[in-house]
Design a protein around this ligand. Sequence first.
Ligand SMILES: [Zn+2]
Length: 439
Amino acid sequence: MIVAGDYVVMMDESQQVVKDGAVAIDGGRIVAVGPSAELASKYRARRTLDGTGKVVLPGLINGHTHAAMTLLRGIADDIELIEWLQKYIFPTEVRFVDADFVRIGTELACAEMIRGGTTTFVDMYYFPDSVAEAVESCGLRVLVAASVIDQKSPDAANGTESLAKAADFVRRWKGRNNRIIPIIGAHAIYTIPPDLMRRIAAAAQELDVPISIHVSESRWEMETTQKNYQTTPIHALDQLGVFGGHTIAAHVVWPQDDDIPVLVQRQVGVIHNPSSNMKISSGISPVTKMLAAGVHVGLGTDGPATNNDLDMWEEMRLAAFLQKVSTMDPKVIPARTALNMATHGGAEAIGLGEELGTLAPGRRADLIQVSLADEHFVPMYDVISHLVYVAHAEDVTSVVVDGKILMRDGKVLTVDEAQVRREATAIATRIQAALAATP
Ligand SMILES: [Zn+2]
């Protein structure tokens, strides 16, 4: 297959943008990137995605979300994280979240992510088999973190049971489909006691999978950890062995100066979630400082109940703007850096820098076409500037993952959108009625 574009943004070291370029794909991997004419003379494609008026770039990587929470978006807004979790989200989840909820919520999220040009996401939720099955059929790439949390959750009675189930899930799915990567999810240091956290770290290392965890998200978490461990969450997690394998640390809003060297040394991937951090007033992550120190920083939307959508274009823009205004320096996080955090930098943060995030021979064929038809792209001085400061999810027209077309000319081919809308609305109606009936 050939995917062409007026511009091909490779996001590799050369920082090249090929004008009138194309990407040749075979067997799920990229075989060549270069000028269209050159590729047309070298390869005979069975299929071609025309590139007139389009930009081709690596698919976006959403490094932290809870996809099935699409079904809870808008259920409780405008409150603090801890109150939001303890009063609304945890009880609602225990009451309503089951395998069907997760399947439908994930399918809805997949449709939204495909439409917005996300090709890989890191999920953390319950009933991970339902997540894996939904993503297997929608065609996206995913790291599915089976959540471990030391309380009654929708799919386990306590922490020990949730870890046993998570490990079983990893064993069931590891190596089964290159697009579905099972990992372990540890909710956070304040919902998991030290002994269980040590066992999670040991299990992840034994199974040879990454851990995804919320880290240093709120000031409340910093204070609680100080009380319980007399140190910061990052130092405490390091002492508990959590950073022994690859760790995907979501948020990291409040790293202290002596935390950052730990992140660098342990090669912890940080996922910055600007919308969620702003919406629940978690704070502003010192992304500029972490990048300067050599931390791999990617971007995420967080769950659709604290965002409330899965739009990575908005995260790119907000990541850049937040750093500029908080440092009072417009030079920090230039457009290319923001785009890198959503592509190659994100791939490095989730431990797949050799496979994803760049258009280069040998990499997985995960790429998107963005249409330049909208007036907001006129005139065109700098394509990277437009991708970061102008483009919206709606501008994405085609999505290819692992060499397969998931959306073509704005039509999603792998999700029955009408049906998933109906099913999602039916569940929400049921939840709303049950909540209204509860005094
Ligand atoms: Zn989260």
